[in-house]
Write a protein that binds this ligand. Structure first.
Ligand SMILES: [Zn+2]
Length: 244
C-alpha cells in the first residue's frame, strides 16, 4: 500500500528520553527564511522553532507534543472516499485534553517501536458541511447540524505504524465502509485481530472510546466542547516527506 507520510520538522517541545532536551530558541516572528532553514535541518538540531499561530488554550497541535506522530491526513489529499481535497494543508489539532491523552497512548506504542499514524484529527465545521454536500448520507458522514466529534477536536482517525512508516495490518483501509471495517467482524486473521485489539485496548486505557462500525475512529470522552469552525493557517509547517 502506498503510504504518504507527512512530517513536520518543528516538534521539539517533548523529549522522550532522559537525556537533556535540545536547545530550542523561539523565533520572535514567522518569516520565510526561518521556515526554509528548519527544512534543511535534521531532527534534534533545530535552532529555531516557530511559535504557535493558534490559541493554545483551546487547541494543541499534536506534532508539537511528540515528533514521532505520523501525519497521513487523507482530507488534505484527494486520496479519500470523496476524492476531493478538503484541507488546504495537513495539520493535526485536538482539544488539549484529548491530545495529552493521545500522547500517553503514543508513549505506550513507542516502547514497542511503534507509533501512531493519524488519518484525521480536528475537522472544521465548514469541512463537515463540504463533506455532507458531497456525500449527504448519514451512514457515512455525520450531518453538519448534529456536528461530528471531529468538529469538536475530540475524535481521531488513526492506525498503528512502525517507526519506518509501515502500517500494521488492520483488515481494511481507512474509511472502508462495510462489515470488515466493523469491530464485530468475526473472520479476521489472528494478526489483524491482534493489531485491532492492541489499538483498542490502548486507546480505551486513556479515555478514548471506539464506535462499532469504524476500527480507525476513536472519541475522547474526558471533556465536552462545542463544534468549532477554526481553520488553521498554512505555511507554518516546515517539512513534508513522502515514502512508499
Ligand atoms: Zn473519524
Amino acid at each position: 500500500m502506498k503510504v504518504v507520510l507527512l512530517f513536520f520538522g518543528l516538534s521539539f517541545l517533548h523529549c522522550q528520553s532522559s537525556a537533556p532536551p535540545p536547545t530550542v530558541e523561539v523565533a520572535n516572528q514567522v518569516d520565510k527564511d526561518s521556515i526554509l532553514a528548519i527544512d534543511t535541518l535534521p531532527i534534534f538540531t533545530i535552532k529555531k522553532i516557530l511559535p504557535p499561530d493558534y490559541d493554545t488554550t483551546q487547541w494543541t497541535e499534536l506534532i508539537r507534543l511528540d515528533s514521532n506522530f505520523m501525519l497521513n491526513l487523507k482530507y488534505a489529499t484527494e486520496d479519500n472516499f470523496v476524492k476531493e481535497q478538503l484541507y488546504d494543508c495537513p495539520r493535526c489539532f485536538l482539544d488539549p485534553n484529548a491530545a495529552n491523552a493521545l500522547l500517553k497512548v503514543q508513549q505506550i506504542f513507542l516502547k514497542q517501536n511503534l507509533t501512531i499514524m493519524l488519518f484525521d484529527c480536528y475537522r472544521p465545521w465548514s469541512v463537515q458541511q463540504a463533506l455532507w454536500d458531497i456525500m449527504p448520507n448519514a451512514s457515512y458522514v455525520t450531518p453538519p447540524k448534529k456536528g461530528s466529534m471531529h468538529n469538536r477536536g475530540l475524535a481521531v482517525d488513526l492506525t498503528i505504524a512502525t517507526l519506518g512508516g509501515d502500517t500494521l495490518e488492520m483488515g481494511t483501509p481507512f474509511d472502508y465502509f462495510g462489515p470488515r471495517g466493523h469491530h464485530t467482524y468475526p473472520n479476521h486473521t489472528a494478526e489483524v485481530q491482534a493489531n485491532r485489539d492492541l489499538l483498542k485496548s490502548t486507546m480505551e486505557k486513556y479515555g478514548f472510546r471506539s464506535i462499532r462500525t469504524e476500527w480507525w475512529h476513536y472519541n475522547f470522552r474526558g471533556v465536552k466542547r462545542k463544534t468549532s469552525n477554526m481553520v488553521w493557517e498554512c505555511g507554518h509547517s516546515t517539512k513534508q516527506s513522502y515514502q512508499n
